[in-house]
Ligand binder design. Structure first.
Ligand code: PMP
Ligand code: GLN
Length: 379
């Protein structure tokens, strides 16, 4: 048939998880924790289901959950979104990203994305008849060259899509980066879409620079987050978008016909859990930093070179001392012969990155990390 997405195959996350199963490999590919969400949250979900909260939720999310999101956002970033007009609960960040792009970007317009970029961005842009303009991040720190962004602007530029902490590199944008971005979009029609799903996972005392800390950017941004990342429940697919009233109104026009509303029992559970335990996300940096440090220590004797991890729950490793082949070939060899599933960077890039890097997920129990490290240290 005349396909709308000729370049798109099956997402690398499904491909790698399937290969991991087939080859009985330790799965450090697809990014999900192999430990459970907090007990109190699971209990709250079961209660919500047993107490009859099983029909449609309000279209934009339950009021108590939006209230908790507003309170959390104010506490973290000093910006309190309006509970009724500026917060929309979605079916994961994936839906929020798609709805934001569909609501804002027209056919023929351009969206600036930074490579490597999360794999759902470009298809969402292409389905609007728009074009993703790819700007490579500068390795090894995966920083943004803002001059390249300025050079890429055209009258058709409608959106700039940023992601911090960054998947797959873990890079975090600084306050100075946000100033650069603000200067670039000032007096333009450009909307910023800020993917902040790893907002609570930053290390070594860093602060996450949400665009919501920056009033000028907050006024023109759609900010996306995910409960799946913060509460170890990626399978519940609950996220949200925060945006000013006018942008939220457009966003909701898409959301209401894309999904209408999201999983109701989980909204009830999160509203209750966030009210009773507002600490969980404040403890995440220490929780994941311990995992990061443990994983790095386990891999220290290996022939992989470890890149710095300022945020997120992925470790990039350079495998060039082990085999001289591209990342697609190496990741296939690794899952088949080495017994570990990882994610190559090529699917996150417009052109093959030319680096010898793989992404390993360390949102794992000690036992999983140890089993993987034992295999990785033999290579
Ligand atoms: N953006 C990034 C950068 C991600 O890593 C992910 C995957 N967790 C998502 C969006 C999608 O999040 P969700 O699972 O909530 O749809
Ligand atoms: N966000 C997860 C990752 O980066 C995967 C999500 C998915 O499988 N769609 O690994």
């Amino acid at each position: 048939i005349d396909t709308k997405l000729p370049k798109v195959g099956t997402t690398i996350f499904s491909v790698m998880s399937q290969l991991a199963l087939e080859h009985k490999a330790v799965n450090l590919g697809q990014g999900f924790p192999d430990f459970e969400p907090p007990q109190g949250l699971r209990d709250a979900l079961a209660r919500a289901m047993n107490e009859g909260r099983n029909q449609y939720a309000p279209m934009h999310g339950t009021a108590p959950l939006r209230e908790q999101i507003a309170a959390k956002t104010e506490r973290m970033y000093g910006h309190r979104p309006d509970v009724d007009a500026e917060i929309t609960v979605t079916s994961g960040a994936t839906e929020a990203l798609f709805a934001a792009i569909a609501a804002v970007v027209r056919a023929g317009e351009e969206v600036i994305v930074f490579d490597p970029s999360y794999d759902s961005y470009e298809p969402a842009i292409e389905l609007q008849g728009a074009k993703a303009v790819h700007i490579p991040l500068i390795a090894p720190a995966f920083s943004v060259d803002w001059q390249r962004v300025r050079d890429a602007l055209t009258p058709r530029t409608r959106m700039i899509l940023i992601n911090s902490p960054h998947n797959p590199s873990g890079a975090v944008l600084s306050a100075a980066d946000l100033e650069e971005l603000a200067a670039i979009v000032r007096d333009t029609k450009i909307v910023v879409l800020s993917d902040e799903v790893y907002e609570h996972i930053v290390y070594d005392g860093r602060q996450h620079e949400s665009v919501l800390r920056h009033p000028e950017l907050a006024a023109r941004s759609i900010v996306v987050s995910s409960f799946g990342k913060t509460y170890h429940c990626t399978g519940w697919k609950l996220g949200y978008a925060v945006a000013p009233k006018s942008l939220t109104a457009e966003f909701r026009k898409v959301h209401q016909y894309l999904t209408f509303c999201s999983f109701h029992p989980a909204q009830v559970a999160f509203a209750e859990f966030l009210a009773s335990d507002p600490q969980h996300y404040l403890e995440l940096p220490a929780f994941y930093q311990a995992k990061r440090d443990r994983f790095r220590a386990l891999l220290a004797p290996s022939r992989f070179k470890l890149l710095d991890v300022p945020g997120g729950y992925f470790q990039l490793v350079d495998y060039s001392a082990i085999r001289d082949e591209d990342d697609l070939a190496f990741s296939r060899w690794l899952v088949e012969q080495g017994g570990v599933a990882a994610i190559p960077l090529t699917p996150f890039c417009e052109t093959a990155p030319g680096t010898r890097l793989l992404r390993l997920c360390f949102a794992k129990s000690d036992a999983t990390m140890e089993a993987a490290a034992e295999r990785l240290c033999k290579l």
